[in-house]
Design a protein around this ligand. Structure first.
Ligand SMILES: Nc1ncnc2c1ncn2[C@@H]1O[C@H](COP(=O)(O)OP(=O)(O)OP(=O)(O)O)[C@@H](O)[C@H]1O
Length: 244
């Protein structure tokens, strides 16, 4: 039997009122692959990412994620979200909970994991992001970069099959960006399947198996990172040239 991609979008359309944001978007992500979405502000990257986890519902087309038909109104959202981890630009951690409490919340509540086991898991995922010593800290006691690493750890604790990253370094100072990107690089090297929206072009070049350049709600160009070095369209050439 041919294997199915972990994520596939086929001819996805999505509008907000009269604004068409996704206009026939298709792409797919294989197991262990890193797909990077790039494009100008407003081109539809975040919306495409949010549709994968059904934070947004699509108007037309098909999305399949880890065997879940996301466009099916009856999709089991709980099962879908156990398979998909998502980290946003900000507001990821609950401020009134310690890092450990943040991390064990979902494994205990959603998966019914015993607290002791969840605490062991918290230590393990915090070690993965280099935050073992922050177990009992509150988010406000951490730098922005540490908070994002904590948010990544919290997602990892659910042992997702695919991770989605939406401009996770955009709110960070440049010196804190690197530490978060290194954690993501390590996850990719470990074989985690990922879809990420990023404006960090150097990082995209280094990590992406597939680059999808979105323009006006469409996949304008897609391919390996070679498309960044020799774009086929003036729009990508201009985007790469300006880095915007
Ligand atoms: N919930 C919403 N309601 C109405 N319009 C929205 C909503 N979410 C996004 N939009 C609009 O859809 C368009 C695409 O937004 P989206 O966030 O997907 O773009 P993007 O490529 O990720 O941009 P950026 O790089 O600035 O994040 C924008 O014009 C945005 O204002």
């Amino acid at each position: 039997m041919p294997h199915a991609p972990i994520v596939s979008l086929r001819d996805v359309h999505k509008s907000f009122g009269s604004l068409k944001v996704l206009d026939g978007v298709s792409f797919s992500v294989e197991r262990g692959e890193v797909l990077v979405l790039i494009g100008r502000s407003g081109s539809g990257k975040s919306t495409a990412l949010r549709c994968i986890d059904r934070f947004e519902r699509i108007d037309e087309g098909a999305i399949e994620v880890c065997g879940h038909r996301v466009d099916d109104p009856g999709v089991d959202l709980r099962a879908l979200r156990q398979d998909v981890g998502i980290v946003f630009q900000s507001y990821n951690l609950f401020p009134h909970l310690t890092i450990e409490e943040n991390i064990i919340l979902a494994p205990c509540a959603v998966k019914g994991m015993a607290k002791g086991q969840a605490r062991d898991l918290a230590r393990q995922v915090l070690a993965q992001v280099g935050l073992e010593d922050k177990l009992h800290s509150y988010p406000e006691q951490l730098s922005g970069g540490q908070q994002q690493r904590g948010a990544i750890a919290r997602s990892l604790a659910m042992q997702p099959k695919v991770m989605l990253f939406d401009e996770v370094t955009s709110a960070l100072d440049p010196e804190l960006t690197g530490e978060v990107l290194r954690v993501i690089e390590a996850l990719a090297a470990d074989g985690m399947t990922m879809v990420m929206v990023t404006h960090e072009m150097g990082f995209a070049r280094g990590i992406a198996d597939t680059v999808v350049f979105m323009h006006r709600g469409k996949v304008h160009e897609a391919g390996t990172t070679a498309i960044l070095a020799s774009p086929a369209t003036p729009e990508l050439a201009q985007f790469v040239g300006t880095g915007l």
